[in-house]
Design a protein around this ligand. Structure first.
Ligand SMILES: *Cc1c(COP(=O)(O)O)cnc(C)c1O
Length: 374
């Protein structure tokens, strides 16, 4: 089966991990900070704070902004459930609004229309690697005094008007799961320019423990204080070494994705599908090659999906709208609330795209996909 996504690990990545395994510190050694500095540099921010998972990075962001039970945040249903789950853990209520049909990212006008006195944050998602309209979302957040969080798990390396994703929101979250732009095994990070958010993010991943700014007088160098309720959500040195090695390859990975995406565009242009768009001023992260069936084909998605899987093409669907999941239905969310996201989901298939996808395998995908319509 040709997977829809997979890691691209090379000999020097493996060596970087082995070097840490042979060193004195395998968890909280120097590699975490080195990785954080490299990420902050890439994102163009003052801080990067590494986490055990992208999900923990999202939870850290909600914690850092101080969201509480009864607060609301506005987000998109066209995402992995982790985006809104992270806020639910703090007792806050996700309000789902619809997407823009071309990019699959949250519609800023819908965001503005959904703001109430309870709204505290906007959580955008850079669907498939295309930055959300973060320029307008930032203006809206500023006007209404809201925190803007960008779930950029798909979009490390993407840019908007020449500025890197990571620097375009109050806090931006990344994932280093093997299917994502770079792999650390598991892992995540938040980038931010805000010193106070960075301090709170660091405390959150360490049980809420701080090693300065104490409430009580410090009796000695051994002293620490738990001031709030956090988690153990640290990234290890083993993972950081892998992440750091992979980050050095990000541009090469992006270029490989761009070349393969162009081949898809050339080969699939005549078919009854919408291909991924890139708006002016955007460098697309191309995490997904998300195609949408058009016309009568849209209702045949599951049938075509099964045929592709049977032909050895590991297609995937991104995403079941979050409010359709049984857990969210029990909370009272209704199907039909976000018709554009729901139509997007119903007609979507993600074709294989990853840096080490060979031309021969891609040709097989193109061939099998094209055959569906003959
Ligand atoms: C992968 C992903 C997450 C979760 O990241 P993990 O590192 O797997 O915890 C959250 N949001 C989106 C959009 C994702 O794709």
């Amino acid at each position: 089966m040709i997977p829809y996504a997979r890691q691209t690990l090379e000999e020097d990545d493996i060596q970087a991990v082995v070097n840490v395994l042979r060193s004195d510190l395998v968890t909280q050694g120097p590699k975490v900070e080195e990785f954080e500095r490299a990420l902050a540099k890439r994102a163009g921010t003052k801080h990067a704070v590494a986490f055990s998972h992208g999900t923990a990075a999202l939870m850290g962001s909600f914690f850092a902004m101080g969201i509480k039970p009864g607060d609301e945040f506005i987000t998109t249903p066209l995402t992995f459930c982790a985006t809104s789950n992270a806020g639910l853990w703090f007792g806050a209520k996700p309000v789902f609004v619809d997407i823009e049909e071309d990019t699959g990212t949250i519609d800023p006008s819908a965001v503005e229309a959904a703001i109430t006195s309870k709204t505290k944050a906007i959580v955008a998602v850079d669907y498939g690697g295309h930055p959300a309209d973060l320029t307008r979302l930032r203006e809206i957040a500023k006007k209404h005094n809201l925190v803007l969080i960008d779930d950029a798990m798909h979009a490390l390396g993407a840019t908007l008007d020449g500025k890197p994703v990571g620097s375009l929101a109050d806090m931006t979250t990344f994932s280093f799961h093997p299917v994502k732009p770079i792999c650390a095994g598991e892992g995540g990070a938040v980038t931010t320019d805000n010193d106070e958010y960075a301090r709170r993010l660091r405390a959150f991943r360490l049980h809420g423990i701080v090693k300065e700014d104490f409430v009580n007088p410090s009796p000695g160098a051994w002293y620490y204080e738990m001031q709030e309720l956090g988690l153990n959500a640290k990234l290890t040195d083993i993972q950081s070494a892998l992440g750091l090695s992979q980050l050095g390859k990000l541009d090469r990975f992006l270029e490989a994705r761009e070349r393969l995406a162009m081949r898809y565009h050339g080969a699939l242009a005549g078919l009854p599908v919408h291909l991924p768009v890139t708006r002016p001023g955007v460098r697309h992260g191309l995490h997904l090659f998300a195609v949408r069936l058009t016309g009568e084909w849209a209702s045949k998605r599951d049938e075509l999906f099964t045929k592709l899987r049977e032909a050895g093409i590991g297609v995937q669907v991104h995403y079941i709208p979050v409010h359709h999941h049984p857990y969210y239905q029990k909370l009272g969310y209704m199907k039909g609330e976000c018709p554009k996201a729901e139509a997007f989901f119903a007609s979507e298939i993600s074709l294989p795209l990853f840096p080490s996808l060979s031309d021969a395998d891609q040709d097989k995908v193109i061939n099998e996909f094209t055959k569906l319509f003959s």
